[in-house]
Design a protein around this ligand. Structure first.
Ligand SMILES: [Zn+2]
Length: 292
């Protein structure tokens, strides 16, 4: 863990719970893609760049989840590097309280203001303003989060963030976090046509061919949505659904899992409402959902 591997030409990845990407230019400028969860991850990145006698110039964050931008503030304070992401994700990176606030849907409480759900703030800008070396490219991969992006290094290595999850991650958690199902299904289609030498999902092995992983992610997402749909033969509240999902997995809920799963279930319900497969009603002043 936390070792850098040369993946292709001047592009590296750091094996860690959320993989970091690194590109070192001929002129020894270092470009980092995602910085891990905290200062410790950032220090590993700093050390490797030093070993390579390179200088950190730019961090690109694929999205604003804390496990992808948690090392930003340490690295920016040490080096003064520039940080970029899509405009919307950059605004959350600058104001990280928005992550637990969004997950909770109100002013967040202490137990969800942890390093897994709230990074330290850093000065991130809109990537459309960035001057990146020739060969760098980025594309929108929304779905998992608002305006997630994938980044291609000049060596034709695509860092595709959380657009595709590995089997191990999806087995560990009851649901893989999802913000916008429709956008994710479109992103999966986009990925089917994406050309590249290597692909690096943040939470799965680097691969030259993402075909199987795309199929797995689509099937898994639709399976999870069908599971929620099947629970709606009777009227259920969001809290009922969260409880049932955890009971079925025989796992004990905690604050972090509660907000992540509740948000994902709400996103599934929105998708099922868009598809006109369920209805939302109020009964006894409770918001309830039921299949049509
Ligand atoms: Zn994420």
């Amino acid at each position: 863990m936390y070792e850098f591997i040369n993946i292709h030409k001047n592009t590296y990845l750091m094996e860690s719970p959320a993989k970091t990407g690194l590109y070192i230019s001929e002129g020894k400028d270092a470009y980092v893609i995602d910085t891990g969860i905290d200062k410790d991850a950032a220090k590993k990145i700093e050390r490797f760049i030093k070993e390579k006698e390179a200088e950190l110039k730019v961090i690109i964050n694929t999205h604003s989840h804390a496990d992808h931008c948690g090392g930003n503030s340490y690295l920016q304070e040490k080096t003064g590097c520039l940080i970029y992401s899509s405009d919307l994700e950059a605004s959350i990176i600058r104001n990280p309280v928005l992550e637990p606030a969004l997950l909770y849907g109100g002013s967040p409480y202490k137990e969800i203001m942890n390093k897994f759900l709230m990074a330290k703030p850093s000065k991130a800008k809109d990537i459309s303003e960035a001057k990146l070396p020739e060969g760098f490219e980025y594309m929108g991969l929304p779905g998992h989060y608002f305006a997630q992006i994938g980044v291609r290094t000049p060596d034709d290595v695509w860092f595709i963030a959380d657009s595709l999850m590995g089997k191990r991650v999806t087995e560990k958690y009851s649901f893989s976090f999802m913000y916008d199902v429709k956008a994710q299904l479109e992103t999966l289609e986009k990925l089917e046509n994406l050309k590249g030498e290597w692909f690096v999902p943040s939470h799965a092995e680097a691969t030259k061919d993402i075909g199987d992983l795309i199929i797995f992610n689509r099937e898994n997402l639709l399976k999870d949505i069908e599971l929620v749909f099947s629970l709606l033969k009777e009227e259920k509240s969001i809290e009922d659904l969260v409880k049932e999902v955890f009971d079925m997995a025989d796992s004990k809920i905690n604050h972090t899992q509660y907000v992540l799963t509740t948000t994902t279930i709400k996103s599934f319900l929105t998708y099922l409402l868009q598809e006109e497969r369920i209805a939302a009603t109020f009964k006894g002043n409770r918001l309830l959902f039921i299949s049509k």
